[in-house]
Write a protein that binds this ligand. Structure first.
Ligand SMILES: Cc1ncc(COP(=O)(O)O)c(C=O)c1O
Length: 375
């Protein structure tokens, strides 16, 4: 993310600001002069705006996406040792939140086509101790929610949706994050809806869960110094909320731009021996990441190095599945436990997409074609 000096950076955070500098300067100056830096009116305004956008009644802003997952799990009233199923091909946040709260992460494999956890992956891991599943909509593509919700209802388990990479994506015309018991997101600068620092939110249709989450995020209190729960301090700063109110007005345009860029990549790469993202009819993919699959890790690493030599930055999401991370070694997983996730880690490569110009994209496509011609 910090490779600003290359010709095509993977992500250039300065563009978040420069694209709308005048409006953002106004928004920032207003918060600075008003002085309500914590819980200012923009925080509630943003929560309402996001609730309207998602078509959900309750949005609770919080400090970041990892806190959002922790708050969601805390609100469900789970007990030490209860099992929560999480996809192993993922950023560490979901499994980390589960472990941090004394619950047991139970890893599951994912679909080789869209990288997401499926009802079948989940079903294989359900035991009498399973209380919840965290469905992560990876890279902006929707997991297949109808079978997942049917399975969860059958087994009476909670569904937490992590839309940190998929805010604005849709499943059968409805926004992701609104199907399960609770939705969680992050506003980290690389996300679809981004602030200029850390931020996150939790959303739900369940009023009593929403009340509890609000309290948990505010030291477990509703009234000042009257603490009903052991909570945490997890707030979205007023400044970030004000920025997000503005950024939310740009979200659909930004997603449409990324969809167009993804289509251009698809066209430019389709005749190569490379797997491009699979199009599922039920999803509006927001392309938070555009990930391709190479034949094997050797070819992936060669392409990455070749593009770097031509001043084009790429990223590997993810080089290691969660179940093989040292942090989870006490859980006893081993190589071979989740073959799809392990295979994906060796083959996946994310190409730049956010803030990319067509000229930059054509340059990338030309270089990938040249690489494949000589491979
Ligand atoms: C899928 C997913 N979930 C959760 C998070 C955590 O968000 P944050 O960095 O705001 O804590 C991330 C961040 O990259 C993520 O990609």
């Amino acid at each position: 993310m910090l490779d600003f000096k290359v010709k095509v950076p993977f992500f250039d955070a300065t563009q978040l600001y420069s694209a709308n500098k005048a409006e953002l300067d106004g928004v920032i100056q207003k918060v600075l002069s008003d002085g309500a830096y914590i819980n200012g009116p923009e925080v509630g305004q943003f929560a309402n705006q996001l609730a309207d956008y998602l078509n959900i009644n309750q949005v609770i802003p919080c400090g970041n996406g990892t806190d959002a997952l922790c708050l969601a799990l805390m609100a469900l009233g789970l007990n030490h040792g209860d099992e929560v199923i999480v996809p192993t091909f993922n950023f560490i946040a979901a499994a980390e939140a589960v472990s941090f709260l004394g619950l047991t992460p139970v890893f599951a494999d994912v679909s080789p086509e869209d990288f997401n956890i499926t009802a079948k992956n989940i079903e294989e891991k359900i035991t009498t101790r399973t209380k919840a599943v965290i469905v992560v909509h990876l890279f902006g593509a929707a997991a297949d929610m109808d079978p997942i919700m049917a399975l969860a209802n059958k087994h009476q388990i909670f569904v937490i949706e992590d839309v940190a990479q998929a805010l604005g994506s849709e499943y059968n015309g409805e926004k992701l994050g609104t199907f399960g018991t609770i939705g969680c997101t992050s506003f980290f600068p690389t996300k679809n809806l981004a602030c200029f620092g850390d931020g996150g939110a939790v959303f739900t249709r369940d009023q009593s869960l929403a009340n509890k989450i609000k309290m948990l995020a505010n030291h477990g209190q509703q009234k000042k110094y009257d603490h009903q729960y052991v909570g945490v301090n997890s707030r979205l700063d007023t400044l970030q909320a004000a920025i997000l109110c503005h950024q939310l007005t740009q979200l659909e345009v930004n997603i449409d731009r990324k969809i167009a860029l993804a289509q251009h990549y698809n066209e430019g790469l389709k005749s190569l021996n490379i797997d491009i993202p699979v199009k599922r009819e039920y999803t509006k993919h927001s392309f938070n990441q555009y990930c391709i699959l190479l034949k094997n890790s050797e070819q992936r690493d060669q392409l990455k190095a070749y593009l770097a030599d031509h001043d084009i930055a790429t990223m590997i999401y993810y080089s290691q599945p969660n179940h093989l991370q040292q942090a989870f070694s006490s859980l006893g997983y081993k190589v071979g436990d989740f073959p799809v996730a392990e295979d994906l880690c060796g083959k996946v490569l994310a190409l730049p997409i956010a803030h990319l110009s067509i000229a930059q994209q054509d340059d990338i496509i030309t270089h990938i074609n040249a690489f494949c011609a000589n491979a």
